[in-house]
Design a protein around this ligand. Structure first.
Ligand code: SF4
Length: 298
């Protein structure tokens, strides 16, 4: 079984170790895996490009214009990396909400975090897609190690499991991309995980839109933050596999209402309930609470 500790102690680059193990397990050719990973990076890039250009609403009307809105807005903070990472992440998740083509990484709900962080950093620094193949292989190895120990879906373990996994995978990938050691990559993953513990899954109406789209923007930045700390030699105080154990334990304690059932949290706010009722065809009196949604399907 691959553990985060094994990955942390692998010879550099850790992606080569992941690839070797994967080929041994599956019998696949390493070049075929690399080619497939490059193809998936191309799919991620396609979803980013479409998402940044479209302001078409999702079927619920809750999302669809956020990525383009940010991308077209002035960079008031003079923080181009931040803006790029956030916009890329939301572009992918808004494509998902529009039923467009995305790469689940590891899930559809968290599909924007890795492209946001990894492609965002790469484009900011002028790094080609070919150089992202190895970091993506390490991300896959981290995801596999997480899945052996913990949940990776919101329904099983809350959003901490879903978006926490994607942020950890992204953080490790960014570290390898920027020349960090396997130890730094896994500590980045661990810090991303330990600072996501407890996050609940409460999608409004059960649709992977609110808070999911903005959540990917936040956690893509979270992944880059974890990578930056790890590249400066900061480490996770709790060992990475112990962090996974803690998250799994919290996931098991989490009530069903906070695990993608839309029975708690944001889904049960007046606005969340009004959106749900509208989507179920129930008549609504006047404006929706907050005035945030004007649904095209009434
Ligand atoms: S809130 Fe739930 S559905 Fe949305 S991204 Fe998180 S885990 Fe996925």
């Amino acid at each position: 079984m691959t553990t985060l500790e094994e990955l942390m102690n692998a010879p550099a680059p850790a992606s080569a170790w992941v690839l070797e193990r994967d080929c041994a397990e599956t019998g696949l050719d390493p070049q075929d895996i690399r080619d497939e990973m490059l193809r998936r990076i191309g799919e991620m890039r396609g979803s980013i490009e479409r998402g940044l250009q479209s302001d078409a609403r999702s079927i619920t009307g809750m999302v669809g214009w956020n990525a383009k809105g940010l991308w077209d807005a002035p960079d008031v903070l003079n923080a181009p990396l931040l803006k790029r990472v956030q916009a890329y992440a939301m572009a992918v998740n808004e494509e998902n909400a529009r039923m467009g083509r995305i790469v689940a990484a590891p899930t559809a709900g968290s599909a924007g975090t890795i492209p946001g962080a990894l492609l965002g950093v790469a484009d900011h620094l002028g790094i080609s897609d070919e150089k992202l193949v190895e970091p993506m292989i390490l991300a896959a190895g981290v995801g596999k190690a997480i899945s052996k120990r913990m949940f990776i879906s919101g329904a099983a373990g809350g959003c901490q499991a879903e978006i926490g996994s994607s942020a950890a995978m992204a953080a490790a990938a960014v570290v390898e991309l920027l020349g960090g050691t396997p130890r730094a990559a896994i500590h980045a993953a661990s810090m991303a995980l330990m600072n996501t513990i407890g996050l609940v899954c409460d999608p409004v109406g059960g649709y992977v839109e609110v808070p999911c789209v903005s959540r990917n923007a936040f956690f893509a930045v979270h992944a880059v933050s974890a990578a930056q700390l790890a590249l400066a030699q900061l480490e996770s105080f709790i060992p990475p596999d112990e962090v996974l154990g803690a998250m799994a334990s919290v996931g098991r304690m989490m009530p069903a209402a906070l695990r993608e059932t839309a029975d708690g949290g944001l889904a049960q706010t007046p606005t969340g309930l009004a959106v749900t009722a509208r989507m179920e065809g129930q008549p609504q009196d006047g404006e929706l609470p907050g005035g945030m949604v004007e649904l095209p399907m009434a």
